[in-house]
Design a protein. Structure first.
Lengths: 353, 318
């Protein structure tokens, strides 16, 4: 393999490069969604690619691949995601963008009853190479991100209702590097894969990304920081919160390991259990609300299969069981931060909050 | 056409008998009475074209060429079934013959047909797709979203509304705001026609015109077929609680198979002996399908866990 330059790309640029490289390789890949380009049909007035997606991840694709493969859709999630499902059953490999995960209520049947179940209920006779990209998350208390508070219907982290569905792969990248590799893997997967991209990371989060095409395995968690005393299990942006907490904890003499879950379904239990078997303590950090959450699912699995390796109860740090508030002050309290992770770890060590 | 019309009728009548004698074939929705719709539309399609179906899908499957012995085995929950015992009546699929699936979530199949038509357009094939739905399905948003998409992208798709008058036990005149479903075509800038859905030739003629238009790149069409289901919404449904007996008899008086037979004889296209021979061959085919289903193996417990995820295929880069 020839190695090429490693540049700093934003999370969104890394996803853009992943899609672009795959579209060059395979003419059956199309992109669909609301304003994935923008200004559709206005080229004669000099307007092209007005938006490039809400996080600009698809900007510039229409210039290279044209409106036949970069399809702006009307506001009709149920209709165009259904068209994506039908197209995936009949020869295309669609990448469908649902602008925000909050909007899956408008097309949940296509995800839950259609895409996820087709292969199984049709006895394995159809492939369903469909990628659904969607943005999630709060501002995390940072007013500079995503233009201000979006409130309860545009700020959620609704991945538990996706991970719950058998047959669906649910991926939550955390860096520009793993966003590119996981997006390419998702596009090459023959079944439905949903990628949740954090808004906060989408517009920021620069990191080194190789120019060449590469894949990262779906279904694998990654240990991003080695430690001896406690495992901090993070999802998406929460992985960064875990690393931030680990930095502070090291000053207190607590050596934390950080596991980036990366794929929520199928979950890489082995990596988490192996980590816990060494650290003997677990804190799961999840931006979603707590009831029936991925955080509690991970906790339950570790309790079920790794109880003998635990020296302390499992802790979860999640959003509260409320809708996302509007006020930046409230939103900052809503979103789990490093301070909450640190206080959960201190509880495990009996050093008080 | 007569072969397919009578094969569907024979399949459904046999199925009804099996249900009534206690054979556990799961939940079924009989297509009896509506045969001319599926057969008329599918006669206008090529083998490589696609259809997507509803919960009442046995007729569409047979009309498009799904083998009846594999359908029957599926209903029996046997591994030789079309979906290897994972689907049942409401999910029968055979993509090899362009059958994208029976789909019991009302309206969803329509969006999938639009997706197949999009696939044909992007891949620059000449395929068209037909989406079957009922007048009940005409009320769900997904169908309207799908029609709008097909219209703005000029996709090669036929929207086929089988108006049998009842969505479960709810009459069309209560649930639908327009006199004719076909009137709604105007909202999506496509042609809309209402045809006699008890007349296979009339359905075929309207479908052939829509297919030709679709293949010319002129976009979608809406065809409303006025039809009637002879039995209840599903097995065990008592239609006497919501339909007048005279209405049921009047529909049976317009039976599509009898009419096709009379038309064929009147025009000396086939003899009564030839038509009888077709029916006899179909009876034998269904006898064989039932025998095949009965003698086929049941799934093993391990089959429960297969086909959850789609595997990588040979030669891929992964």
């Amino acid at each position: 393999m020839t190695t090429t330059a490693v540049r700093e790309l934003s999370f969104g640029q890394a996803i853009n490069e992943a899609i672009r490289q795959e579209m060059r390789r395979d003419p059956n890949i199309i992109v669909m969604g609301e304003d994935v380009a923008g200004a559709a049909g206005r080229a004669h007035l000099g307007f092209v690619d007005a938006w490039g997606g809400p996080l600009r991840a698809t900007r510039g694709l229409i210039t290279e691949f044209g409106p036949e493969r970069i399809l702006d859709t009307p506001i009709a999630e149920m209709g165009f995601l259904g068209a994506g499902v039908g197209a995936a059953m009949s020869g295309l490999r669609p990448i469908v963008e649902i602008m925000f995960v909050d909007l899956i209520g408008c097309c949940y049947d296509q995800i839950m009853n259609q895409a996820a179940k087709m292969h199984y209920m049709m006895g394995g006779q159809v492939d369903l190479p469909l990628v659904i990209r969607t943005a999630y998350g709060t501002r995390g208390g940072d007013n500079r991100t995503y233009g201000g508070g979006a409130g309860a219907q545009h700020s959620q982290t609704l991945y538990a209702v996706l991970a719950h569905i058998p047959g669906l792969k649910v991926v939550v990248p955390s860096t520009a590097y793993n966003a590119k590799g996981l997006t390419i893997s998702a596009i090459r997967d023959n079944g439905p894969v949903i990628i949740l991209e954090h808004k906060f990371l989408g517009l920021r989060a620069k990191g080194p990304v190789p120019e060449e095409s590469y894949t990262l395995p779906i279904g694998s968690a990654q240990i991003v920081r080695r430690g001896r005393d406690v495992t901090l299990c993070g999802i998406g942006r929460m992985t960064h919160i875990c690393s931030e907490a680990a930095d502070s904890l090291s000053a207190e003499g607590i050596d934390a390991e950080v596991v980036d879950v990366l794929t929520l379904s199928p979950l890489d239990e082995d990596t988490i259990l192996e980590s816990v078997s060494r650290t003997r303590r677990l804190v799961v950090v999840d931006e979603d609300t707590p009831v029936c959450s991925v955080a509690r699912d991970i906790a339950a699995r570790v309790a079920d299969k790794g109880f003998d390796n635990l020296d302390a109860p499992i802790k979860t740090v999640t959003a509260p069981d409320t809708p996302v508030p509007f006020s930046a002050v409230l939103e900052a309290h809503y979103t789990p931060g490093a301070a909450q992770v640190i206080s959960a770890v201190r509880e495990l060590f009996g050093t008080g909050a | 056409m007569y072969e397919r019309l009578t094969l569907i009728r024979e399949f459904e009548e046999r199925l009804k008998w099996l249900v009534e004698t206690g054979v556990p074939v799961g939940a079924v929705h009989y297509y009896t009475g509506q045969e001319a719709c599926a057969v008329g539309v599918c006669a206008a399609l090529e083998p490589g074209d696609w259809i997507a179906s509803t919960h009442r899908g046995h007729g569409h499957c047979i009309a498009k060429g799904v083998e009846v012995h594999r359908m029957m085995a599926e209903l029996y929950g046997k591994t030789t079934g079309s979906n290897r015992a994972k689907g049942g009546s409401m999910h029968i699929t055979d993509v090899r013959v362009g059958m994208l699936g029976v789909n019991p979530i009302v309206g969803m199949g329509v969006t999938h047909a639009v997706g197949a038509a999009l696939s044909a357009k992007v891949r620059k094939t000449s395929q068209v797709a037909a989406a079957f739905f009922g007048e009940g399905g005409a009320s769900i948003g997904a169908v309207h979203e799908a029609m709008n998409l097909a219209a703005i992208w000029k996709l090669p798709v036929l929207f086929v509304c089988e108006n049998n008058g009842y969505a479960q036990a709810t009459p069309v005149e209560y649930a639908v705001s327009v006199r004719r479903i076909a009137d709604r075509a105007a909202a999506y800038s496509m042609p809309g026609v209402t045809v006699d859905g008890q007349d296979a030739i009339a359905v075929w003629e309207a479908s052939a015109a829509a297919v030709e238009r679709a293949r010319r790149g002129q976009g979608p069409s809406l065809i409303e077929c006025m039809t009637y289901r002879y039995y209840g919404h599903h097995q065990g449904d008592d239609t006497g609680r919501y339909r007048p007996r005279e209405e049921e008899q009047s529909a049976r008086d317009r039976d599509c198979i009898r009419r096709f037979r009379e038309q064929t004889l009147d025009q000396h296209l086939l003899t009564a002996t030839e038509l009888d021979a077709i029916e006899a061959a179909n009876r034998k085919k269904i006898d064989e399908a039932v025998a095949f289903a009965e003698s086929s193996p049941l799934p093993q417990p391990a089959d429960l866990l297969t086909d959850v995820y789609v595997p990588a295929r040979d030669g891929e880069q992964k």
